[in-house]
Design a binder for this molecule. Structure first.
Ligand code: SAJ
Length: 414
């Protein structure tokens, strides 16, 4: 059986590699020539633990091959980005253009008996839209929206749910929600996933599968927003929010997540907007959680400004730029946003510490910010802002912080 994975990014590449490692023939397709070349050389263009080893091995055995042009296959798995487009009036509309163009590119090579799986996190109704685009492009084939289980081509939504940093384990061990557009579609998709998933494959319809994925990430966003709201309340009431959350979580039915400097990444801060965009009148809590989490970086900036005001020559060390612990990913990072805002405010010297990168992004470098080691930053700063709970910061000797003003957004000094 030949599986074609469309989109070789953070989800597509590990998925392609794992399936190839099970002995299947995998064709990876991406529009970026340099990514395709890197993979064909047995290397990777993204950061994910152990992925390089698996990719090198499956490229060497010939089970994985990358190309920029779609080729015929038995299964097509679509793993392309689904960002949002923010407008001035506060609307966040899903951008389905990557899915649309992927679908239009595979349509010419599609054949009777094929399965098309949408893995990308998508607003409710996208799988149906995808099937409609395919039907429009291939009037010679039948699709489940017209022919149900008897259709020539099977279509399903099986949303990815892997946590960056643990992708290879979670791809195999997580349960999967399988939303086929008909029973035959679901059964065919389960057959595929069973070849590499050890978790359970649970069948539902495509719309419920779409909503399930959005619900998982919205649940986390709402829970973190609750924690972030508590952190601001606790600052006002002079209570340590970390101790508070730990105590409350001792209750057998309470499980509050951690407050932080805001919510970043490409999933939790995006997906809830898809629900809000579908049901703007009804999705009140979900929308408020997004706004609360998006407001947190500004709150942290105001705390730092206040702290810096106490010094004649403020030297502010910002610990961490990534969007979460122990990764090098700075995209959509609240930590980066905070440092950028601080740089604009001219409050004094700003030093950034980020052990997972070698050079600062251009925007920060040109704003006069220096990248430094933890030791020299702790040595020189009078204000310390902990923005990411990287292992290096957690392991640091905390007595070094004692003589400074510390703003700890991650609760690592307790
Ligand atoms: N964060 C907090 N407090 C917490 C947990 C996280 O402030 O207690 C922040 C992080 O620092 C980060 C952001 O939230 O800025 C998101 O990080 P994350 O670790 O919660 O999630 P992601 O975006 O890396 O991955 C999520 C996962 N979803 C869930 O756990 C429900 C993952 O399983 C999904 O596959 C992924 O989104 C996705 O691709 O949708």
């Amino acid at each position: 059986e030949t599986v074609s994975v469309i989109g070789l990014g953070y989800i597509g590449l590990p998925t392609a590699a794992i399936i190839a490692s099970r002995g299947m023939n995998v064709i990876g397709v991406d529009v970026i020539q340099s990514a395709v070349d890197t993979i064909n050389a047995g290397k990777i263009h993204i950061v994910e633990p152990d992925l390089d080893i698996v990719v090198r091995s499956v490229v060497t055995t010939g089970n994985l091959r990358a190309t920029t042009t779609p080729e015929p296959a038995d299964v097509f798995m679509i793993a392309v980005p689904t960002p949002f487009i923010a407008s001035d009036d506060g609307r966040h509309q899903p951008d389905l253009s990557y899915i649309e163009s992927a679908v239009k590119r595979i349509a010419p090579v599609l054949a009777k008996g094929n399965l098309v799986v949408l893995e990308s996190t998508s607003p409710v109704g996208t799988t149906e839209k995808m099937a409609a685009w395919l039907a429009e492009a291939r009037p010679d084939l039948s699709f489940p929206q017209d022919k149900g289980s008897a259709a020539d081509v099977k279509v399903a939504h099986c949303p990815e749910r892997v946590l960056p940093g643990y992708v290879l384990q979670e791809l195999v061990s997580n349960d999967r929600v399988i939303g086929g557009m008909s029973k035959a579609c679901s059964d065919r998709a389960v057959e595929l996933y069973k070849t590499f998933v050890r978790g359970e494959c649970i069948i539902t319809n495509a719309r419920t599968a779409e909503m399930a994925k959005l619900t998982e990430n919205s649940f986390r966003d709402v829970n973190i927003a609750f924690a972030n709201e508590l952190s601001v309340i606790c600052d006002k009431l002079k209570i340590n929010v970390w101790e508070l959350v730990k105590l409350a979580n001792r209750h057998p039915r309470v499980n509050i997540l951690n407050p932080g400097p805001g919510v970043g990444g490409h999933c939790i801060a995006v997906d809830p907007w898809f629900i809000v965009d579908s049901c703007p009148e009804e999705a009140k809590i979900i929308k408020q959680a997004r706004l609360t989490n998006d407001a947190k970086p500004h709150y942290v900036v105001s705390q730092v400004v206040k702290a810096a005001d106490e010094f004649k020559r403020p030297v502010v060390a910002c610990l961490g730029l990534a969007f979460k612990a122990d990764i090098d990913d700075l995209r959509e990072s609240p930590a980066l946003q905070i440092v950028q805002e601080l740089a604009k405010l001219n409050i004094g010297e700003i030093i950034a510490v980020e052990p997972n990168i070698k050079a600062l992004p251009e925007k920060l470098a040109t704003a006069g910010i220096a990248l430094s080691s933890l030791e020299s930053a702790l040595d020189r700063a009078n204000v310390i802002v902990i923005l990411v709970d990287h292992k290096e910061f957690k392991a640091a000797d905390k007595t070094q912080f004692a003589t400074k003003v510390v703003i700890d957004t991650r609760g690592i000094i307790g």
